[in-house]
Design a protein around this ligand. Structure first.
Ligand SMILES: Cc1cc2nc3c(=O)[nH]c(=O)nc-3n(C[C@H](O)[C@H](O)[C@H](O)COP(=O)(O)OP(=O)(O)OC[C@H]3O[C@@H](n4cnc5c(N)ncnc54)[C@H](O)[C@@H]3O)c2cc1C
Length: 597
């Protein structure tokens, strides 16, 4: 459904529960949990965290490889400014330099604090937090908990939140933010277990609702997460979207036999970059270590976009494997090493009958992360007063491409910053104006009830699958103007059919998916229009009709609020880095990749 719909409806308003709270945190991943902890520690305990799933069960738990911070465990010459320089280089200099500085400066303290909080970091023989190589980073600065870093991070934060008795509400889906375009007053949603509608009256809302990579059919996200809820909710409320065209295609998603029921659920699932970080090599079906041709110095650890395009090119040239991928081989490492450093990967493949210590696995690119999202200021606040967007929902830190390990970093740093900012100026829950109740909330609820009862022509799941196919075909790794425009036409057709879906109940999955379809349509339009607008190639955005990077395009593409189906892009200049970061850039640090062998 169209999340902006509902104005002007004259049906009776359905019953709803009302919740008054000073700060509503939408999303219970690392970003939401960390913001809640900060608020409580600063004396704001009238906070509610909610999520679409159970407590502790957010997408964050799927993060594997690590979290960056310049601790210098192995490489004492590393520091935050070099981390910032690496992040800007990987982001092809359209990141927000101030945000990058905030994250990289903040991380050493955040890592130490997580360590003290009990996070199960892997350790050196001396007992220090271990740090590993990750692609395109000058030093070993990726801290990790085996290959289950996200799970360990969220377990730690959830425990800290529970110690502080942070209220949490499970299985609630937010369908609309209540705003007049300038200020937020709360949110509307429904309880996914009971089907009851809920009004949240909250003067401050933190959107920590994750990203949008699952608008592609081949993706690494958990099922039914990362459909773009966060960016779409914010855009509808009056916030600006930015950098949406930049979608990171991870080079190594599982390539499987789609007809084999044991393997097919694993299609596109992430094979962590840590496999390459620990020495994994890529081979095509002819046995060539093909990265020698594409990136003779950095080899398998070059930036994700470079490796993803190299793999796609090998497959397109007919040198792919039986299941449409290439081989990733770490069998030159011994089994004990693999089990210690990559335990979850080892187990996953062992369960499927493959021993990584003896044979290679098949991999191909997969949509992994949306670098874009909601534009925010230095504190994570959007253009709408009182509305914050943090974690994967926000834009700015990653620019045109994300360094592996930087997104978990962004969640905890911005969780603290947004929490601190809100705590500094909060004065109670606020009161939702009658005009907003009458003109925004009630019509929305009436429409929502109508969608839940709708017995339309089209299956929601079929339309969602069609949308994801469309995005893979028209806005995938390689893009060009005519295919992107064809994608927009197909999207317009899909949007018409999306108004006539079959749902039937407020507690069935189809209702959740119908709302998500609306969110995904918004995000898909922004990706397509952003990609059309950016007539150059940069980072993860590769235009076959404009293969070069153009200095004049060192700008962000943004979308101010507008009607769906007619988003108008504008561009925003990028600020200069600080003197400290510029000097780290000038020093030209980079990893000597050969030391990895
Ligand atoms: C397979 C995989 C591996 C990764 N590995 C790494 C890694 O090693 N290092 C790294 O730095 N990054 C990694 N990432 C990225 C990283 O996991 C995410 O960027 C990060 O966890 C996002 O955290 P978050 O708190 O912003 O959102 P999430 O953890 O996605 O949480 C979103 C929350 O919002 C809730 N929500 C969403 N929509 C709604 C709605 N409409 N109403 C109510 N609630 C809603 C969800 O239920 C959930 O609670 C990986 C990503 C993937 C896919």
């Amino acid at each position: 459904m169209d999340p902006s719909s509902g104005i002007g409806s004259d049906e009776a308003v359905p019953d709803y529960e009302r919740v008054d709270v000073s700060v509503l945190i939408i999303g219970a991943g690392a970003a939401g949990a960390r913001a809640a902890i900060e608020l409580v520690d600063r004396g704001v305990d009238d906070v509610l965290v909610l999520g679409k799933r159970g407590h502790g069960d957010a997408h964050t738990t799927w993060a594997r490889g690590g979290i960056n911070g310049a601790l210098g465990t192995h490489d004492p010459e590393d520091d935050w400014a070099i981390h910032a320089a690496d992040t800007l280089k990987e982001g092809h200099f359209i990141n927000d330099p101030m945000q990058v500085e905030t994250v990289t400066k903040g991380m050493p303290d955040r890592l130490r604090e997580l360590d003290e909080g009990g996070m199960a970091f892997s350790r050196t023989d001396d007992g220090e937090i271990d740090q590993r190589y990750f692609g395109a980073q000058s030093f070993r600065r990726t801290a990790f908990a085996g290959d289950h870093t996200g799970e360990s991070l969220l377990d730690t934060l959830v425990e800290q939140a529970q110690d502080r008795e942070v209220p949490y509400r499970e299985n609630v889906m937010i369908t609309k933010l209540l705003s007049d375009g300038d200020r937020v007053y709360g949110a509307a949603g429904f309880d996914m277990d009971s089907g009851e509608f809920v009004l949240f009256n909250a003067g401050n809302v933190v959107l920590a609702a994750g990203g949008y990579a699952a608008v592609y059919n081949r993706h690494t996200s958990r099922d039914d997460e990362n459909n773009g809820d966060g960016p779409a909710l914010a855009y509808d409320a009056g916030a600006t979207l930015m950098d949406m065209e930049f979608v990171q295609f991870h080079p190594t998603g599982m390539a499987v036999d789609e007809d084999d029921p044991d393997w097919s659920p694993w299609s596109g699932r992430l094979v962590t970059e840590a496999v390459r970080g620990e020495g994994g090599r890529l081979y095509n079906a002819d046995g060539e270590r093909f990265m020698e041709r594409y990136s003779p110095d950095q080899m398998e650890l070059d930036a994700r976009d470079v490796v993803a395009r190299a793999i796609a090119a090998e497959i397109a040239a007919g040198r792919g494997t039986e299941h449409g991928g290439v081989y990733l081989d770490i069998s030159h490492r011994n089994e004990a090493f693999i089990k210690e450093r990559l335990p979850r990967m080892y187990e996953r493949f062992a369960d499927l009958g493959v021993n990584m210590a003896e044979e290679p696995v098949e991999v191909a690119p997969t949509a992994h992360y949306g670098m874009g999202g909601v534009r925010v200021d230095a504190y994570g606040e959007t253009d709408v007063d009182g509305l914050f967007a943090i974690g994967e929902t926000m834009a700015g830190v990653h620019g045109a491409n994300r360094l592996g390990g930087n997104s978990l970093a962004e969640t905890v740093v911005y969780g603290v910053i947004a929490g601190e900012r809100i705590a500094d100026r909060i004065d109670g829950p606020g009161t939702i104006p009658d005009a907003i109740l009458g003109s925004v909330f009630e019509p929305h609820l009436t429409d929502l009830a109508a969608v839940a009862d709708q017995g339309g022509t089209h299956e929601v799941e079929t339309l969602l699958a069609e949308l994801r196919d469309l995005m893979w075909t028209h806005a995938g790794i390689l893009r060009d103007d005519s295919s992107l425009r064809e994608g927009l036409d197909r999207l317009a057709d899909l949007r018409e059919r999306a108004a006539d879906v079959r749902v039937g109940s407020r507690t069935g999955r189809s209702f959740e998916f119908a709302v998500d379809l609306g969110f995904s349509l918004v995000v898909a339009e922004a990706i397509l229009r952003g990609a059309i607008e950016r007539t150059e190639s940069r980072g993860a955005h590769y235009r076959t009709d404009y293969p070069e990077t153009d200095d004049d395009w060192c700008r962000n593409v943004a979308f101010a609020p507008a009607d769906l189906g007619g988003m108008k892009p504008h561009t925003v200049p990028v600020a200069d880095p600080s003197a400290a970061v510029q000097s780290a850039l000038d020093a030209g640090y980079e990893l000597d990749y050969h030391q990895l062998e």
